[in-house]
Design a binder for this molecule. Structure first.
Ligand SMILES: NC(=O)c1ccc[n+]([C@@H]2O[C@H](COP(=O)([O-])OP(=O)(O)OC[C@H]3O[C@@H](n4cnc5c(N)ncnc54)[C@H](OP(=O)(O)O)[C@@H]3O)[C@@H](O)[C@H]2O)c1
Length: 336
């Protein structure tokens, strides 16, 4: 089959080639990939700063895929040939608390990803793709939408009338705006781009702050919340900015630590954390059960993914370059 193979770190080492078409073993589905979407994780893996010691050489990259079941292994009962499915990043985390080694079973690294004509998904981790979405749309859900959902609903338990802060206008954040708005929350968004701040208001955000022109953005958040801070903050930026996130969150409020766009380490100022009694939880997407619940909610609220651009399979490298420049919502690659 045709597949993009990462033979070494760096986008220059991502090449279109041929590799053996996989055979489904017991319990597995062979999926003809319709589309994949890119996440920052995929770019970080290609660039060699996401757990580089775990990256096989070579690797079929990109975790998030949507496609059609074309063959099944022995004992498969959850899906039939012809049905449309989504991959689920943490392929063994089905429900409840995560196990100790979930990252060892993730698509797109170390397991082969979806940037190929076919991929294997175990029936237990596959999720029915929403009927009302194309493969391109459904491919955006496994990480970006589900991380926003788990942060807002399972962890954040956001209630109507509460205030949520969302950082940036990338994949996770745009879904967070859409989902939090549908939950009845008031959403504040930070972005480096004023045009994007206007665009998120059309998706339901109530206020926007440009974090480039307002580097002390947490002060503006306090002004917008009567000096209290937000109930829940989705931190995708990481780095030293976590200290600002604590100041922007209300006393006994919650931070979902999702990302590390500005750095994988931070020097934490403990006194504000202690005095404000903030809860910070690391987020690693979600179990499959949350994916099923999220899809029902997306359907009920008629939420459609925001796709910035769709690239052809041959133009996969251009899609990675687009993600690196910054995208409003998701960058998708149509595979077949
Ligand atoms: N832990 C998890 O389960 C999980 C799941 C998904 C993603 N993540 C992580 O979350 C982060 C975002 O992922 P993504 O896929 O949504 O990325 P993405 O689509 O590439 O979005 C990146 C966006 O973040 C914004 N940004 C960059 N620096 C910022 C800063 N200092 N403050 C506020 N916003 C900033 C920019 O928005 P503007 O252009 O509007 O400024 C940029 O477009 C990454 O670190 C990713 O690895 C983690």
């Amino acid at each position: 089959m045709k597949a993009w193979l990462l033979k070494d770190f760096g986008l220059d080492n991502l090449a279109l080639g041929e590799t053996a078409k996989p055979e489904p073993k017991a319990g597995e589905l062979l999926v003809k990939v319709g589309a994949v979407s890119l996440n920052f994780r995929d770019k970080a893996i290609v660039d060699g700063f996401y757990e580089p010691h775990l990256v096989p050489k070579s690797l079929i990259p990109v975790s998030d895929a949507s496609g059609t079941v074309v063959a099944v292994g022995e004992g498969v009962h959850r899906f039939k040939v012809g049905e449309r499915v989504n991959s689920h990043l943490y392929s063994r985390w089905i429900d409840g608390e995560p196990g100790p080694d979930e990252p060892a079973h993730c698509f797109g690294m170390p397991l082969p990803g979806g940037l190929a004509e076919y991929m294997i998904i175990h029936q237990d981790s596959a999720v029915r793709a929403p009927d009302n979405m194309s493969d391109e749309e459904a491919s955006t859900l496994p990480i970006a939408a589900l991380t926003a959902w788990f942060s807002l609903v399972d962890y954040g338990q956001v209630q109507a009338g509460q205030t949520v802060l969302v950082q940036g206008t990338g994949g996770v954040s745009i879904f967070a705006v859409q989902l939090a708005t549908a939950l009845g929350a008031r959403v504040i968004v930070t972005s480096s781009n004023d045009a994007n701040l206007e665009a998120v208001k059309r998706l339901g955000a109530g206020a926007g702050i440009n974090y480039r022109t307002n580097p002390r953005w947490e002060e503006q958040v306090l002004e917008l919340t009567d000096g209290k801070g937000v109930d829940l903050l989705l931190d995708v930026a990481g780095g030293e900015g976590l200290n600002q996130s604590i100041l922007a969150t209300k006393a006994a409020g919650k931070i979902a630590q999702i990302g590390f766009l500005t750095g994988q380490t931070t020097t934490l100022n403990l006194m504000p954390l202690i005095f404000r009694q903030t809860t910070i939880r690391g987020i690693a997407v979600a179990p499959r059960s949350a994916f099923d619940r999220m899809n029902a909610f997306l359907n009920k609220h008629e939420i459609r993914p925001v796709i910035d651009q769709i690239y052809s399979f041959e133009d996969a490298r251009k899609a990675f370059e687009h993600l690196a420049r910054g995208a409003f919502g998701k960058v998708v690659i149509k595979v077949s």
